[in-house]
Each structure stands twice: as structure tokens, then as C-alpha cells.
Ligand binder design. Sequence first.
Ligand code: OGA
Length: 349
Amino acid sequence: MKLICDLPSPKSLPDKYVLPPEKRPCDNELRDDLSVALPVIDLRGAMGDGRRQVIGEIMEAGKEFGFFQVVNHGVEEDVIQGFREAAAEFFRMPEEAKLKYYSNEPNNPFRVFSGSVTSHTDTNDIRYWRDCLKLRCYPVDKLMHHWPLEPEIFRERLAKYAVEVQDLARRLLRLIAEGLGLDDQFFEGDLTGGETVMNVNYYPSCPNPSLTLGIRPHSNRYILTILSQGDVSGLQVKQKGRWIGVQPIDNAFVVNFGLQLEMVTNGVLTSVEHRVVTNSAKARMSVATLIRPNMECMIGPAQVMVDGDTNPPKYRDFTGSELIEAYETTAGNREALLEMFRIHHTKSC
Ligand code: OGA
């Protein structure tokens, strides 16, 4: 077993990463497409007079793109860069030090894997150009004993980052709840009470970006994802049938809605497909923090979001565990997953 970052600089793409032609990115999709920029929302005003405006911007961006970037979000630059350095140092450690953590068991609270093998159900032969450190990061006190002691700075830096990003998620979810006409604490408690998961994605520079991807097209499963993408582009979001690149902005976070939120809002907010393309010039590292529900809690369209006759619930209730299972069965395919929970109303004459 080898991580991609430990391969001795390959001159051509090893066969197992070569995607079938219909799954490869087109040449024009490998250039940064700057014609449609994702909305960038300044959160500075959110605690004062500007609150209504910020909420309006989030709702608009959420409905149109399912994605937006936030700046002046209150997470200190030192905390972001501090953890990014520690994570980059992890990937620079000698191969044996990283492979100690290698596992394809999805329930491990700290593991390294490669080629985007995401779980035991991922049995197809397609491999992607990504190494990943997947861990549970919040609540910190309960989980930090699973984190590595090397590099030395890792635990302390991750603890700070996880607490601040969790707080940002809580603040954003309050704004989203208000925007939807829900109680501002609607998402607090079980809907976001599971252990938060983090993917530290490492995409080494790739000998042939036109033949592969870093991550396949997928929607995220839970409520909200908060992503630090650093200064190398690669993330692409599907909008009106085409892939648009998310421009890196210093210390910004990319926020996107998950399938759980789409179903809780009865389809008002959408969970949009995204993927990652590679590049031949530089390695890219992103840190995705995924806010999760309690596995046992019942999830379904919020009462306020439905109305018996005119706007009946589009989805049935389900538990957090069912959501995870459905996601594995459908390999993150948005339509297939939503269909598993969709209620088909028959029109009465
Ligand atoms: C993910 C993801 C995007 C990125 O971790 O699921 O979509 O930019 N990451 O790495």
C-alpha cells in the first residue's frame, strides 16, 4: 500500500487512476473558469445592523448555487494557517509514520486512506488522485486522544481550529434558520449533535490532470460543510449543467449545503454537486469540516417548511444512520439518494 504523496514523482499517470473517457474533465474545464464567481459574503455585519442583509445574501446564494464563500467570518488567520501547517506537516512525514494510520474502515475516528476509497462499499475499480486524512474533530475533549502525537503541533492546532470552525457553523446555521423563518436555534441539538467529521484532502501534483479527478462528482450528505481550500484552485461546482471553479480567496471558507439540509428545508435549499480537478504544477490541500446529526435522531422536512395541501412534505422521516447507509449505497449521487427518501404524492381527482 502506498499513498499517492509517497509515489516517486511519476512521469505519467499510473493506469488505475485513468478514468473512462466519459468521466474525465474536458480540457476547457481544466482552465479556471472565472466567468461565474461564487458569491462572497462578508459576515462582519451579521451581529449588528447588517444582519438582515447578510441573511438575504446567504439565502440567495444558497438557492442559486448551494455554495458561497465567507470572509470576515471571525476565525482567526493564525488558527486557520496554524492547522493547515500542521496538516501539511503530517503529509510530509515519512511513509511509515503515515501508514500506521492507514485504514478503509469508515468508523475509525482517525484514519488515512488513498485513491478516494471512501468505505467498504466502494468496490468499483475507479481510483481518484487524492490522499485523505479523515478524522472526528468535535467535541474536542472527547475525541482528541484519537489524534496523532506527531507532528507535535497537530493536536493543539487541530483543537483550536475545530472549536472555532464549529462556532462558525453554529453562527451560520442561526442565520440560515432565521432566513428560513425558523426559530434561530432550530438546528441546535440533535440535527447537528453528532461528532463532527473532517477530511483533510491532499492532492499531489498530477502528471496528467485531463485523465483523472481528485474527487468524483458528489453532494455532501449532512447539514453543512465548511471548507478551507488554501490558495490552489481545484474545487468545481455544478451550476446549470456546467462546472464552475471556486476561486481561492485568502483565509476565506467555502460553505455548502448538504442533502440533510435540502430535505429538512423540503427542497428550498439545495445541495449541489461538486468535484475536484487536479493540476500538474502544485499539490493542493483542503480541509473540509462536516457538521453531522445525531445518528439516532429523526430527521425530516421541518413543520414550518411544509403545508398540508399546497406544499406537502417531499421526503419521509429518516434517522442519521439511515442517511449514512443511503449515502454509501448511492455513492454520494444526489438524485439517487433523494429518491430513496422521496414521497410520491398521488394527485386526487
Ligand atoms: C470533500 C470535498 C472539496 C475540496 O472533502 O468531500 O468535496 O476542495 N472536498 O477538496
